[in-house]
Every structure is written in C-alpha cells, then in structure tokens.
Design a protein around this ligand. Sequence first.
Ligand code: IVH
Length: 677
Amino acid sequence: MNEEKLYQQLIHLRAQIQEHNYRYHVLDAPIISDLEYDRLLLELREIEGRHPEWVTPDSPSQRVGGFVSERFEKVAHPAPILSLANAFDRDGLSAWLDRLGKIDPRVFETDFVIEPKLDGLTVVLHYENGLFVRGATRGDGDIGEDITPNLRTIKSLPLRIPVAPDGPPAPGNLVVRGEVFINLDDFDEMNRRQEEAGEKVYQTPRNTAAGALRNLDSTVTASRPLRLYVYTIVAMSTEMPMTQIGSLEVLQTFGFPVSDHIHIANSIQEVIRVCESWIEKRDEIPFEIDGMVVKINDLGLANSLGVVGKDPRGAIAYKFPAKEVSTMLLDIGVNVGRTGVLTPYAILEPVEIGGVIVRQATLHNFDFIQEKDIRIGDRVLVKRAGDVIPYVVGPILEARTGDEQEFSPPKVCPTCGEPVSRIEGEVAIYCINPACPAQIIRNIEHFVSRSTLDIVGLGIKIVEQLVHANLVGDVADLYTLNKDDLLMLEGFAEKKADNLLESIEASKSQPLSKFIFALGIRGVGEVVGNDLAREFQSVDTLLSATREDLEGIEGIGPNIAQAVVDWLSHPANRVILGKLKNAGMWPSVQASAAKEEMNQVFLGKTFVVTGTLEAFTRTEVKEFITGMGGKVNSSVSAKTDYLVAGANAGSKLTKAQELGVQILSESELKEMARDEL
Ligand code: IVH
C-alpha cells in the first residue's frame, strides 16, 4: 500500500473506531464483535507504530477507552483502571513474553496466574473500615460513574467485609476491581419470561448487564440476576499482597466472590497449554468468557514493567477464536409461537461458528430488525455463546452493495393467513386466530411438555402427526384418543399406542398448578401457575375469578390479570375447558392433596443420592422422593436414613458405610416405594 493510501486507511480506521466506541460505551448497542473491534484497533496501532508522526492526541489509540456519561455523579479512581493488550494465539503469547524479556529477563523465570476473562463490565468498589461506601464504572479509566445504589443490589457483593466473622480485619481503605456479568442460564430464563409476557427479549448477557448497571432506577437493577467476581486490589491502606495469587486469596478471605478457575503456570508453554485447553472448556462454565487473562504473578515485577498507553505490560488477554462470524442473510423467516407471537429468524448462508454449522439464527423481534436496519442480502454478524441459540448481532454496513432489500413485518400470519395484530405497549405481533394450526401444534407441545403435564412419548413429531391427521384439534382432544386412532398413524404399533394412552391418562393426576401453566395463557408460567392454584384451589373457582380478584394476588399485575380473564372467557377456550372437564382432566388442590397423602410412604425419612442413576435424572429422583414425603439432603450424616447409590458413587458411599446408613440401589428404591403402597 502506498503512503497516501495508508494514510487514508488510518483516517478511515479512526472514524470507524470512534463510531464503534460510541455505540458500545454510550448506546450499549455494538454492531461489531469485540474481536473485530480489537482487530481494528490493532491495525490502527500498527499503522501508527510505523508512522509515529501521524499520531494525533485525538486518535482513539491515545485514550483509555470509554466515555463518562452526564447522568451519574463522577468518581475519581485512586489509580488508573487500565485495560489489557490482546494476544490472539500462541505466537502472540510467546511474542509478549519475548518483548518483556528484553526489558527484564527475570520474566523468563517467573510464574503466571491465568484467570478466565469474564465478558462483563468492570466495576470499582470502595470500602471504608470494611463498609461498602461507593462503587463506580470504569468510565474513561481515570473517572467513572457513581453507580453505588445499583451495585448494592448485587447479592454477591459484600456490603461489609470481612463477610465471615472470623475473617481478617478489614483495612481502613480498600478499593477492588471486578467484573459484573449475567450467567447464561439466568439470561435464558429472563428471555423465556419476557417472551411469555410478550415483551422484548434481551440481546446479550453483557448488554443486559450494562443496561442494568447504568439504569437510573435501582429497583430495575435489583430485578436482574447480576453477579460479580473480583480480581484486583486497586488500593489498600495496609500492606498489599506481593503476588496476584496472594491478592486473590486475600480477596477471598474477606468474602469477595473470586472465580474458581484460577491456574498457576511456570512457563509460557504451560500458559499456552492452559489457555488453549480453555477454548473447549469455555462452554462448560455457566457464564460467558471471551478469553483468558495471563498475569505475571509477582506484582513487584509486573508493576516495574510499566504501561504502554492504557495497557499494563505485565498482563495480557488471550482471546479465544471467534464465536462470531459474518455470513449472508439469505432471507427472513417467521415462526408462530404457542401464544400466537410471531418471531422473525434469519435464514443464513451456512457457516461454521465454534465447530457447529449454523443455518438459522434468531432476530429477536421485528423492532430489532428495524432498529439495526437489517436487510435481506446483508452481510450480518452472527454470534453463538454457550448453549444459547445463535443470534444476529447486526449488519455490516460497510459491505452493503445497494442490492439489499428492506424487510417489512408480515400483515398476515404466515401459517393460517389471518390478519395479525399488535397489542398496544408490546413489541410483539400476534396471530389471534385460535384455529391457527401453528398455534395448535405449539399449544399442544406446551401442554404435554416436561415442565407442564409431562406426557411422556408425545414429542413434537407425534403432535404434528395427530394434528395433521385431524385426530386432535385442541389439547382436550388428547383425552378422547383411542387405540385405533393411534394405530392409524405411521410408526405406531400396539405397545407404543398403549404407552401413550397410559401416559395421557396419568396426566390427569398432575397438580392444578401444572394444569394452569399448561393451558398456555400469556404471562402465566410456573410461578404464576402456582400462585393461581394456591389462591383458587380448583379450576371451577378460577373460572369465576374477576380481574379484581386476580389483581389482588401478590405478583400478579394488571396485564397478567387481563390475560387470564380474556383467556378464560374466550368462547373457544370455554369449549376446550368443557371438553377437558368431561374427560376427567379437571385437577384441584384437594384431589391432589388426598392423593399425596396416600403416597406419603417416605414421610419422615431422609435420603441422600449419589452416583449416576439410570432411569432418573438428579431432579427426577429428588421429585420422586419428596413427592412421597421424603427429604433429600446433599451430604451424608448420622441423621441420614438411606443413601441411594448409582454407578461411580464416591466418598458419600464410603461415609454412609462408615456410619452404617442403609444403602439402596435405584431398583431397591423403586421397589420400596411400590411395597409400601
Ligand atoms: S485484569 C490491569 N482480569 O477485560 C488489569 N481483566 O480487555 C487489567 N476482564 O477491562 C484487567 N476478566 O473488564 C482482568 N480476570 C480478569 C478479567 C478482566 C475480565 C476485563 C476487564 C478489562 C478487560 C480488558
């Protein structure tokens, strides 16, 4: 590239980085991945490295990234809150150490601490005489935003240290740095609830955590499942630990949450081995990490190496290969959910992301497509994190050719062709035709699923078969199916038909709460199902409930109350309920209690379960035992009555033997339940 072109490229890079900085830090709405951002910055640094005369004070390379918003009070950090340089592979790690070796050859003899690089937000927490007094965002690295009330809502954040009464005395002043994030499971659960309530789903755990931390209303922050890990002592009035590992230990003894996954390595080869082993392991932990942080353990040595720009020399981030890639958006499809919600999804040119071929990705909702200006034919950035369904991050605007087509939300349901409707105040678009086949199938799927009535042997394929063969038009029709009906279907023989009919019959003894949840009323999940069952005790009483009765129940707001009343009074649903009642599918709390009483054969007995069981998952065996009145504990003691031991039982089995606790195999447990009945 000639010099003129190189200069143009530099100007272009600066403008791009500026824009992405703003989107990331101010709007909390990035359109490129962190990895791509890092690469842009790296390219800019490279050009500036070759032409130091081109460096200007306003170049994005010259600042500690970040913006200070006007909305919050300012907090000056007691020491600069630095960032980290990146390495993208093993050569990058070796090159880092070689560079350091030229400054101080002691680095070749030293050891390293390797920590997961949490994909969250940095926070700086101030403690005075053990009390949490202030907490801030990173801001521009020197000055952050005071978000103390929001931070107080994080349950794992110690409000007073030491947390344990026998912990070491707190120093007069202590400032620590950590990361706030959201677990992937919690994030999925949040989105499941949002979807159920017809509300906007959150885009990524990181953005959601960012939004929650900087929310002006801390009750909103409190409702988000934020977590914290700390990893640096920024300042301390008593003597600072000499090593990074020592710092983590001190933080832990004060009662701060510290990551479990800390490694010590004695050589750069070992560092590389540990970092690379985490590329696979990253999916096994409950939160998102985008790399590992490698730190020189000897803090005296690390500090003596100094800082380049905003990056301390003594530490480096090893970035994992991208789980984000770009590909073509071939088309946008629309799914119809069980509550009639229409959701758009991306049909992609197949692409490999982290070892999996991805052909479809979620586009969240129609507003998202509009906000991000996603067009068919765009090159889009797609991300996969943990076990989360891949999602589209946004379009790559630079790749536009002009041939892309804008997308308009459908006016009619893609399955039944009936006009769709948009409920005021909600982002979702609904198909409100109760006879829509897509909804019928999804409704039945929900009705029989494991978390609701748990009708074993009735998967989505069979549900589709039943609906397409006109054997089932609503959930109540399941209860009038007979063997001849089932034998007509492909893949059904005597045994399979008998089993299915048996499990449909068995669903009649499910508790009222599950039945209410299974109906698929918008906003009524497991928790609300429980609340309604407790309050009304039977379907008949629930049917006569008014909106006011419902709103009087704690945890039920006007939207859910309205949705319940609407659902229950809808003529089509009344017909379904009538059919269910006639079929004997009409649970009540009283009936369940009577049944439960008969089954309390383990009443007063304490169980511990260990090893791998064959027929049960851990949750199932617990439900089995507690359902019969028993108690399940996690550790064996003299009070334990029975230890249920599966394959590869370990120390619990030995302990039980030592204490003379009766040991049961899985089949003995089941037999015991049967004998006692
Ligand atoms: S150490 C000088 N340790 O990664 C110390 N940072 O890309 C620099 N991060 O701004 C930070 N986990 O927000 C450190 N275990 C960890 C980390 C970590 C996540 C974040 C932190 C930092 C960013 C740098």
